[in-house]
Design a protein around this ligand. Structure first.
Ligand code: PGA
Length: 249
């Protein structure tokens, strides 16, 4: 696990965007695994700027998002479909047919899960997966639990996650209770993983992820076993780490 600590959120976003740009420069038809949440918004802004400045071409890029709420229509402004359009897809030249986001409205949700993993497999796997991390160390919507889920599945959201996300909804009651998410196994198959975290409230989750026991109770701890993980933090999220374990960039 390589850990980079940036002066602030803006630098973190720039670093993350540069890594995505390098990936696309090396392989124009890269398969990107994308995340929602507040953390990657700065990175998406930088990617849009890079696109506008003709530094990146997304025309052959393929994307797979980690997760989506269940039973929230995609035109709801809290759906992750909507989020991705608003923060990235509407402003770059990615082809609509190359965008994949789990369909939380699918009638046959089990089939949707199986087909999602199958689409990733058929395309040759994810080249770089972007991850945020929950206060409870969830990745995607893989909540702390007793076993690592191998495949894309439907998860019941923890109360703490619903409360954390309630800030975007009118009330806690409006936050969906379930989501469809790539499983830990689906995420782990990605060739490269980039985990982003900013802010003091992520410091404990990052500490547990880096130093803790590998356990499904701390879903992100599985990343300790992956060969190619880069963790990009701001100073606050890195606060509990030993400085010998990271580079300041
Ligand atoms: P955040 O969420 O980026 O909004 O903090 C991250 C997550 O819950 O995975």
């Amino acid at each position: 696990m390589k850990i980079l600590v940036c002066e602030n959120y803006d630098k973190l976003s720039e670093k993350a965007a540069q890594l995505i740009m390098s990936q696309i420069t090396l392989k124009s038809n890269s398969v990107l695994g994308l995340a929602t949440g507040s953390t990657p918004i700065g990175m998406y802004k930088k990617l849009v700027e890079m696109y506008e400045n003709k530094m990146i071409d997304f025309s052959d890029v393929i994307t797979f998002n980690l997760d989506e709420y269940q039973n929230l229509p995609i035109d709801n402004d809290q759906s992750y479909h909507y989020f991705m359009d608003e923060n990235l897809f509407n402003y770059i030249n990615v082809k609509r047919e190359n965008i994949h986001i789990p369909n939380g409205m699918a009638k046959d949700i089990k089939k949707e899960c199986i087909e999602y993993d199958e689409s990733i497999r058929k395309i040759g796997g994810i080249d770089i997966q972007v991850l945020g991390i929950g206060n409870n160390a969830h990745i995607g919507f893989n909540e702390p639990t007793v076993n690592f889920e191998k495949k894309t599945y439907v998860v019941e959201l923890q109360e703490s996650t619903r409360i954390a996300n309630a800030r975007f909804f009118n009330s806690l009651d409006d936050v969906p209770k379930n989501a469809i998410t790539m499983g830990i196994g689906s995420i782990f198959k990605s060739k490269k993983i980039m985990l982003l975290a900013a802010g003091e409230n992520k410091a404990k989750a990052i500490y547990d992820t880096v130093y803790g026991k590998v356990t499904p109770e701390v879903p992100a701890s599985i990343l300790q076993l992956h060969d190619d993980v880069i963790v990009i933090l701001d100073k606050e999220a890195a606060r509990l780490l030993n400085p010998v374990d990271y580079s300041v960039v």
